[in-house]
Ligand binder design. Structure first.
Ligand SMILES: C[S@@+](CC[C@H](N)C(=O)[O-])C[C@H]1O[C@@H](n2cnc3c(N)ncnc32)[C@H](O)[C@@H]1O
Length: 286
């Protein structure tokens, strides 16, 4: 592809439609209207500490924002989209949808030289794997290596110039950080707003997908998160949190407003289990 073909100019209309540049487990796309209508009209800085694919951020396009996630490959990709879009698009144009090639690219993080790959190479690899792996699922093994198998698609779009350009515009003036949720929230001040979408508490011992990271996100983390929310409330920071309707969640947030909303869960190994489930939207304001 010529470098000329990699320039994409947004019309005013296009600018409005930045969408997540990756498919992400727990992506909030279908709950967006329920979430957006509960977000305060005015606030200072917008914080999203479990940003994932950023469906809420891209729908909202706040003036001033801090996005964070514990996944360093993901946050590197946000950074590169913001700061080196042309380099990223060029690198992405070299990737191709072929099974053998996919497994070679997937194996790169096992290479001792992987840490010397440039941020652009890592970001392109991240997007490429997301677009071509099974179900867009980000999954790592115990050693932290990406291990989702190849996915079957008809002509997947690996380089979406229009959307990447829209994301680049949305990310101007946005801070993106690799940080665990508790440290990022120490920064939030009175008048700020925080949207939190942590890995969900499972409804039963064997049910939901919760391992975005090697460490997982168990009951101790859910309790720690609830404590952080209490601290935010004390500081005068408004928060809105999504979680499952597990009993432990109702108990942890009993002093806050809990709304029940309906969502259909897309990432589940058994298609038969995809269906509508009740989820919680929890907030500390009216
Ligand atoms: C439910 S997903 C967020 C989905 C996102 N709202 C979207 O629309 O795609 C949860 C995210 O939390 C991140 N995460 C897991 N543990 C974390 C931690 N301790 N601190 C910060 N982020 C964490 C995961 O990497 C994952 O991206």
């Amino acid at each position: 592809m010529s470098s000329e073909a990699l320039d994409y100019t947004l019309s005013d209309e296009d600018e409005l439609v930045a969408r997540p540049f990756v498919k992400w487990a727990g992506g909030k796309a279908q709950l967006i209207p329920e979430i957006i209508k509960r977000i305060p009209k005015k606030y200072n800085t917008y914080y999203e500490p479990f940003v994932g694919g950023g469906a809420v951020f891209f729908a909202l396009r706040p003036q001033k924002a801090v996005l964070a996630d514990i996944n360093s490959e993901l946050i590197n990709t946000y950074e590169v989209i913001r700061s080196n879009l042309q380099g990223l698009m060029k690198e992405l144009s070299h990737h191709r949808y072929e099974e053998e090639y996919y497994y070679r690219v997937r194996a790169q993080d096992r290479d001792p030289l992987y840490s010397s790959y440039s941020p652009v190479q890592r970001a392109a690899r991240f997007i490429y794997l997301n677009k071509t792996c099974y179900n867009g699922l980000y999954r790592v093994n115990k050693s932290g290596f990406f291990n989702t198998p190849f996915g079957k698609y008809t002509n997947p779009t690996i380089l979406d110039q229009k959307n990447l350009t829209a994301c680049n515009v949305a990310l101007k003036n946005v801070e993106c950080l690799v940080q665990p949720f508790d440290s990022i929230l120490e920064r939030a001040e009175e008048g700020d707003f925080v949207y939190l979408d942590p890995p969900y508490a499972p409804l039963s011992a064997t049910s939901d997908f919760t391992s975005y990271t090697r460490e997982g996100f168990g009951p101790d983390m859910q309790r720690k998160l609830a404590e952080v929310c209490v601290q935010l409330d004390k500081k005068g920071v408004r928060f809105l949190l999504s979680n499952s309707s597990a009993d432990e969640i109702r108990e942890l947030y009993q002093n806050f407003q809990i709304d029940e909303v309906y969502a259909s869960r897309a990432i589940n190994s058994k298609a038969a289990k995809r269906g509508s489930v009740v989820e919680f939207l929890i907030r500390n304001y009216t």
